[in-house]
Design a protein around this ligand. Structure first.
Ligand code: ZN
Length: 191
């Protein structure tokens, strides 16, 4: 398992609902947390490890020893959004790119946990922002899509660099073509 970088097609994939919470899924979630800590993130969506599942992990402390802060959101739905607030965001699929993004200030989110129990949270601040960012991933939406036009223009050279680096790796045969990556995503969709 590894974190895929923009513009890997998994990042534009609309993920499918998880149907079964089994041992394999528990193992996947554990590996996602490990990768997230390794890369100093606070959230990681399944899309970012090229798995087309509606699932993400979160630990707002970003600390591997703060296990009690770990949260797993399976098949999440944002039920309510209130207010607007702007804040800086980054994404493990865009290393070193940070930009201000407008999000709902408060949300109500519903999801299943790893035990298959449904839960509902009312969130604000960083938790609200992180959950909205990760839920977007599951629909193939990226934070660069939500930048104000001037901000997007400012960061366009760096975004173009990510694209060029990815295409170069494909041209050199280090990465499969978009077509084969998409076939692999299709194959991995929950049945
Ligand atoms: Zn992200």
């Amino acid at each position: 398992m590894e974190i895929v970088l923009y513009p890997h097609p998994a990042l534009r994939w609309k993920s499918r609902p998880v149907k079964e919470i089994d041992a394999a899924l528990h193992k996947t979630v554990g590996e996602m947390f490990d990768l997230m800590y390794e890369h100093k993130g606070i959230g990681l969506a399944a899309n970012q490890v090229a798995l087309p599942y509606r699932l993400f992990v979160l630990n707002l402390t970003g600390e591997a020893d703060q296990k009690q802060e770990e949260m797993v959101f399976i098949n999440p739905e944002i039920l309510k959004r209130k207010g607007t607030v702007e804040g800086e965001e980054g994404c493990l699929s865009f290393p070193k790119l940070y930009a201000p993004v407008k999000r709902a200030a408060e949300i109500v989110v519903e999801a299943f946990d790893l035990e298959g129990n449904v839960f509902e949270y009312e969130l604000d601040d960083l938790a609200s922002r992180a959950v909205q960012h990760e839920c977007d991933h599951l629909d193939g939406v990226l934070f660069i899509d939500r930048l104000a036009e001037a901000v997007r223009r400012e960061h366009q050279p760096m975004i173009a660099d990510f694209e060029a680096a990815f295409r170069k790796r494909q041209a050199e045969g280090e990465l499969p073509s978009d077509e084969s990556l998409k076939q692999e995503l299709k194959r991995r969709e929950p049945k």
